[in-house]
Design a protein around this ligand. Sequence first.
Ligand code: C2E
Ligand code: CA
Ligand code: CA
Length: 552
Amino acid sequence: MGNDNFMEEMYLAAVRQLRTIVFELNYETGQKYCSPLFLESFGVESISNEDFTLDEATAGIVYEEDVELYRTLFASRSGERTVTCRFVTKNGTINWYKVTLQYDQKEDGEIARVIGTMKDVSDEIRSSAALRYHRDFDTLTGAPNFQQFNEEVSRTLEWDNGHHHAMIVLDIEEFKVINDLFGMRVGDLVLIHLADCLKELVVRPNVFCRMHSDVFCICITYETKGDIIRFIEKLKKRIEVNEFDFEIKTSYGVYLPDDSNLLEVNLMCDRASLAKKSIKDNAMQFCAFYDEEYRNEILKNNRIEAEMQQALREKQFVMYLQPKFNLENGEIVGAEVLARWKHPEKGMIQPNDFIPLFERNGFIMKLDEYMWEEACKAIQSWRKAGRRQFPVSVNVSRYHIYNRHIENILENLLKKYDLTPGALSLEITETMFFDNSNELYFLLNRLRDMGFRLEVDDFGSGYSSLNMLRNVPVDVIKIDKGFLDDTLNSEKGKVVIRHTIAMAKELQLQIIAEGVETTEHVDFLKGSHCDVAQGFYFARPMPLEEFNKLNF
Ligand code: C2E
Ligand code: CA
Ligand code: CA
């Protein structure tokens, strides 16, 4: 073996071991070389046009987004250049390669040859990205991260029995809005400001960390609850002193660990967060303490949410009907559809235990639709049986203001059960008239144009006035049961309710009194010329089979 050959063999072996692709083009001899690893990696012989810039056949090897970058290798056609860019391998994976190109020039400046190497650096790139992530996480705010906090707090809670500790979670109200309006950079500055305030006010042995995004967690020692509140107030005020053009409002949740039953730090933070969530219902408040009752309620709601879809599929929701009576002749002139949940384990659940939750999570739309259909079925069955017809009232949740399909849904139901719109009466609760007035009026007008009878439910429970009703396209007002109770207790109240009825009549509105429980109620309503009444005095809500036995 000649020396040249020996050197060449050794060189190739070394290159193979280094897993580096080598290519070379000698302009003087026209010789071209590319190591077999290229073929192995990419399934083609080489980047094959005459000077290793891309050609059509091989352009796809360089990852599309990095083609520009790759081309910079050839920009000056002199000296040595390196880029690290992505290539698409034979089996479709995208790997990072460090590509170096070196141009050798002759004395006259002509290019003698070009030598290149390509080395797969994917592993290094990926692990350094991971490192960078961890470092960045802390470099943004300079706050300790959760891991550090976790270790420190666990240690403190275990050893320091002499103090009470409080776990506080805080975040910025509407942080997302700040990011959206002013940009991520400003959002970052806000977080840095927050961390700076914490660094200033959280001093050892107290510790804090940035949990994630805008959520920070603090562990402080305290003697009385007042200490905690004073600390939070001080921190909140400090955060509000800043150079931003907008307010930075923070809210806080506090969990007080039970020394005899220490939870993991992350669970304690969860509980503090849970406490913070309970504030959302109360705009005036910025701080809340964790309480077991609230947690149980959340857990209960979570369970209900997990069950509700299945309950609908399995027809666990049942229609109850409560008749409405003409006060003068005692005839049934209507019925209200009320939902009940016949739970396989918990038995009958009343609407107050699930409707408010369904209104919050949107499921009420499905339940209402289901109840409307049950109502239509019942009406159809009565008609087929030749029974006397009256409008059946269904409840329409406030959520439907935003339901674009409500008209379609109702129309389809009428078609499916061959009914006219007069068969259904829609009960819309009074409180709906306060918010969303425009949307609501549009909706009510459309529904009334379709021919539905509209009832204002719970009239008198809020602040509605008859004056307001002049502008609203409704047919019936249902006087809330609370209104009835209150007014009956005083002579003045009686006057108010009598006039309400009289004025409603002048506005051509029908009046229904609900929650009628006693003979006293009935006598008073009769004397006030109220048309219709609904209540336990006459009948409780009942399942369809029972309702069918009534006289109509
Ligand atoms: P609501 O629409 O005001 O319904 C009348 C409520 O008063 C019913 O409670 C009924 O059982 C009760 N009630 C009737 N007569 C009397 C009485 O003489 N005294 C007393 N104290 N109460 C009486 P229920 O069935 O528990 O329903 C509670 C609420 O849940 C309903 O109030 C309604 O807002 C909502 N709801 C029930 N079913 C549905 C539904 O299918 N969809 C929607 N969106 N809401 C529903
Ligand atoms: Ca109702
Ligand atoms: Ca009502």
